[in-house]
Structure formats: C-alpha cells, structure tokens
Write a protein that binds this ligand. Structure first.
Ligand code: COA
Length: 376
C-alpha cells in the first residue's frame, strides 16, 4: 500500500428476501449505517465506488453511479464496477487505487444486489453471465452445475465422501446462527445436508448459497483514521471457462491474489487468524482453504472437521459470520460484507490480521484483502 488506508466506517442490511425494499432502499440503509458508524459526515465523502452485477436484470436499473451519488446531499463523483460475485472486492480495490493515488481522501464503497424480484430461473440465467457465454452456456450449465462438476472431480481425485462434504454447510449454518444479519439463522446437521434435495449432482440444496437481496457499505479513508487498516488489496484473474484450465480442483486466481496480498502486507500466512472465504457452494470452501495454503490439496476437509468440533487447533477460523451459505449471497454485496465481518472479529478477539477472499464466476476473478487491527 502506498498510503495508510483506514476502515473509517461500515454498515450493512440484513441479507435475505426483502420484498418491501428496492435496490435503492437497500443501498440507502447500508450507506446510512456506514456513515453513522464513522467519524465522518456525508460531506466528507469525495468519491463513491459501487459494485453491482444484476441491476439491469433484477431491478431494470443501470447507471448506478449516478443513482448512488444522489443518495448523498452533495452528489460526489461515483463509478460502478462489475466482476460478477467479485464485484464487491473489485469496488474495494478500485477505491484503494483512488486513495493510494491521492485523487480521493475518503471513499464510500458500496456493494448491492436485488435478486428476488424476478424468478429464480431468470436469476440463474443472469448469473451465467459470470461464465463464458460461448463455451459454458451452450452446454446447459448453471452455476450449481459448474460447481457440481468441480465437486465430482474433486471427489474422484481425493476420495472425499458425500457425507464429509456435508460438514462444510453445517459449520457455516452454526456460525450464522449468531449473526443478526444472516439469511439463515438455523443450525443444520451434516445429515440434513446429505438428505436435502438434489440440485446438481453431487451438490444438494444445503450445499448452495441462496439467492438473496442485500447491501453493504464501508468508508475507506486516508484522512479519518481508525483501528483497522487495509494492509493489502489484490485482484487476480483466470480464464472465464473451466475448459481452458489444467485443473478444476484448484483455482489459480485465488493463489495469485493471496500470494500478492501476503507480500503486500509483508506477513506470513500463519499470522492470519480469521478468514472470510467465498463458499458459494460447499466444495468451493474446501478448495479455497487449500488454495490459500491452510491445507494441502485434498485435505481442506480436515480444517472443516476441526471447525465443526470447535477445536482450537484449526489453522485459521473460517467464516465466523456464517459465510455465503449462512448469510446469503447478494452477489456484489458479499465482498464488502466480508470486510465488515473480518473487522468485527479482529476487534472482538483482539487479533491482528484477517483475510477476506471473494471470487466471481468459477474464481475467474478473485479479490483478496488483508485487514490489520492496530490494537491487537
Ligand atoms: N440454502 C438453504 N435453504 C434454501 C436455499 C439455500 N441455498 N435456497 C432455498 N432455500 C429454501 C428456501 O428458503 C425455501 O424454504 P421455504 O420453503 O421454507 O420457504 C426452500 O428452500 C425452497 O426454496 P426455492 O426458492 O424454491 O429454491 P430454488 O429451488 O428455487 O433454489 C437453489 C435453490 C439452490 C437452486 C438456488 O438457491 C441457487 O441457485 N443457489 C445458487 C445461487 C448461485 O449460483 N449464486 C452464484 C454463485 S457463483
């Protein structure tokens, strides 16, 4: 980082089905909460970056920069960025670049998505915009289908059993129970996951993150200090389609972004105490902890077994918020909500470093942010 960038404020809506709220309402609620939590007034914000993927399809609304700016009294300049489910981390990364260059001193970063006003079929099709329209869509794939293929291959390569995979969602639901902003606040057993409706073999309903509405916002500033600093912000990319990759049981964009982020923060992986990772499907969580270096290939489940038993010897505490499975996944809001959750647990436990890992598509774009808590 060229300059110290502080998390000066943060807020979010509950994630879930918000029949009574528009995209604008959700953004307004998250922005209000972020400003209220900060030492800033709205007038201190000199730029807005908004991450959103589905405005046109879910709400008939494009031009979200202008729409978001009009929520503040002085209409600061605003830009929209998009990289599918990684739109939130791309918004954060863009804001960091503006802050590092000195073009802005205080940036409002918003991620918002309204997914439940149109049918699940329309959303499933729209989400396929995150894959390759020429290579993947004609095969009839949806995202549960893509991750179903990945899960099948992983089970074949490493011998993972269906009932083992079920531990992952059980862990995430157990954590979400404690999170008032989560979509699903109920514990589920691994057996319930294994018995839930088949969606895309071998993935079942309770392996999948749901379709959700929600918004999250944070204020990043070089001017207004706080106890949480952005120690690293990195984005990496891979091919859109899986067909061009040498392996589908590991995501190179995750490895690249994490390696660069650790270098930027000048820390070792072992110094990361908390991880929020992109568990869009249960299998992704296992691959992620392996790609990030917390487990050897094929051994991600050993981390989740320890988390399930709440053992203190887990190499990292994963998705204390409940992750995408428990909290819901309003796609562009997720990357920003992860930052909020990492800041919360660092302050709660007085720990120093936490990592947020967010990807779009089948990890075709990956954002990794490292947060540092100065009071640790
Ligand atoms: N986890 C837990 N419960 C879920 C759920 C999920 N992922 N999705 C739906 N439910 C619940 C609903 O709340 C509903 O419960 P209710 O009957 O008590 O109200 C019930 O299951 C049926 O819901 P429904 O909306 O009919 O489900 P669906 O079959 O239309 O959709 C999925 C289920 C898994 C297909 C859908 O959630 C999905 O596509 N998820 C993946 C989204 C995605 O691809 N995101 C991008 C990632 S890269």
């Amino acid at each position: 980082m060229q300059r110290d960038i502080f998390l000066a404020g943060a807020g979010q809506t509950r994630f879930g089905e918000h029949w009574d709220k528009s995209l604008r309402d959700l953004m307004n609620e998250a922005i209000d909460a972020a400003i209220t939590s900060s030492p800033c007034t709205a007038l201190d914000i000199d730029m807005i970056v908004i991450g959103n993927m589905l405005g046109e399809i879910g709400s008939d609304q494009a031009h979200l920069g202008s729409l978001t700016s009009a929520l503040l009294p002085h209409r600061p300049p605003a830009i929209r960025v998009e990289s599918a489910c990684a739109s939130g981390s791309l918004a954060l990364h863009t804001a960091c670049a503006f802050l590092e260059s000195g073009r802005a001193k205080t940036v409002l970063v918003v991620g918002a998505e309204k997914m439940t006003d149109v049918s699940a079929d329309v959303i499933a099709e729209a989400l396929m915009g995150a894959a390759d329209a020429e290579e993947d869509r004609p095969a009839g794939l949806t995202f549960p289908g893509i991750f179903g293929l990945i899960a099948s291959r992983y089970m074949y390569e490493y011998g993972l059993k269906r009932d083992d995979l079920s531990i992952v969602s059980a862990v995430h639901h157990a954590r979400a129970k404690e999170n008032p902003y989560a979509q699903f606040r109920s514990e589920i057993s691994p057996e319930a996951v294994s018995r839930s409706t088949l969606v895309a073999d071998p993935l079942r309903l309770l392996d999948c993150s749901p379709i959700s509405d929600g918004a999250a916002a944070c204020i990043l500033s070089t001017q207004h200090q706080s106890d949480i600093r952005i120690a690293a912000s990195q984005i990496a990319v891979d091919t859109l389609s899986l067909v061009h990759r040498p392996s589908i049981t590991s995501f190179s964009a995750t490895k690249d972004a994490a390696e660069k982020a650790l270098q930027e923060a000048k820390i070792k992986l072992s110094e990361i105490r908390f991880l929020e990772t992109h568990d869009c499907f249960s299998i992704a969580a296992l691959i992620n902890v392996e790609d990030l270096g917390f487990a050897d290939p094929g051994h991600g489940i050993s981390v989740y077994r320890r988390l399930f038993e709440r053992k203190n010897d887990a190499p990292v505490l994963v998705n204390e918020s409940g992750g995408l499975k428990g909290c819901g996944h309003p796609v562009a809001a997720t990357g920003i909500k992860q930052i909020i959750d990492i800041a919360k647990v660092l302050r709660r436990d007085g720990e120093r470093f936490g990592m947020a890992h967010n990807f779009g598509g089948a990890a075709a774009t990956c954002g990794v942010h490292i947060l540092e808590h100065s009071h640790a």
